[in-house]
Design a protein around this ligand. Structure first.
Ligand SMILES: [Zn+2]
Ligand SMILES: [Zn+2]
Length: 252
């Protein structure tokens, strides 16, 4: 399985517009972070994890071939703002999008021209599927399991795809979700910054959760400029935990 990180940044992106801090003005490409998304490839199966407002730019970094599914973690704009741009891929084949009830309901309201009788000519050929936590899907030969993640008080979804775990925008992980992640090889998990935040876990919490899940390798995603410089934070981490960056490819 191959995970290609398309975006590793928080909702506002890094650099933040108008900010002159050392991270936002860094010349290291690893300090530039588009909104969070990854492409999973296994054989000829291709799954997109979230589809944020940077999807248009991100799509130039991978092959123009059909996408088998898009798995959405939650309804916030940084995770769904690029769905309209899927139209270029739905020209190749229609795309199934899986999301929780909150997200599907909001998408029917926000982009009604993509669905039903009012469908606009040229709109993306997408089909929304409502997904509850603890459901198992088959996408090609891959088994996908949804599990509950708490984004502050808001319930959202995490995904296990084979032996990959993907969690973003988490503040806390319900006890039962740890079971869904038993035995995974690779974990992607959010770490916003060093200071605590109301709805996202910080680095210290991410390391504690990763230590409990015990994947062989853990990659941190959804960082803000307050996370610090990529190279400086990377040096402080345990040897099996890494700061992800846009363009990172992990194969296992
Ligand atoms: Zn987010
Ligand atoms: Zn900044």
């Amino acid at each position: 399985m191959k995970v290609q990180v398309l975006g590793s940044g928080t909702s506002i992106g890094v650099p933040e517009i108008g900010c002159r801090c050392p991270v936002c003005t860094s010349s290291n490409p690893r300090d530039k972070r588009m909104r969070c998304s990854s492409l999973i490839t296994d054989g000829d199966v291709r799954i997109l994890l979230d589809c944020g407002p940077d999807f248009y730019q991100q799509a130039f970094h991978f092959d123009y071939k059909p996408l088998d599914a898009v798995l959405i973690t939650h309804v916030h704009y940084d995770h769904v703002g690029g769905i309209d741009d899927l139209r270029s891929f739905t020209r190749l084949s229609p795309i199934d999008i899986y999301a929780d009830r909150n997200t599907t309901k909001a998408l029917y309201e926000r982009i009604p021209y993509c669905f039903g009788k009012t469908k606009y000519p040229g709109a993306p050929q997408i089909q929304l599927h409502e997904l509850a936590p603890n459901r198992i899907l088959r996408i090609g030969h891959l088994e996908v399991k949804s599990f509950r993640v708490m984004h502050g008080k808001m319930p959202i979804l995490g995904y296990r795809i084979g032996n990959l775990g993907y969690i973003t925008d988490m503040l806390t992980l319900p006890e039962e979700s740890y079971k869904s992640l038993e035995g995974i090889e690779v974990l992607f998990i959010n770490a916003l910054r060093s200071k605590p935040h109301l709805t996202h876990q910080n680095l210290e919490h991410a390391l504690a959760v990763a230590n409990r899940i015990r994947a062989k390798e853990t990659y941190l995603i959804h960082m803000s400029h307050d996370f610090g410089l990529h190279n400086e934070v990377e040096m402080t981490l345990p040897s099996n935990v890494h700061v992800a960056y846009d363009g990172l490819v992990v194969e296992f």
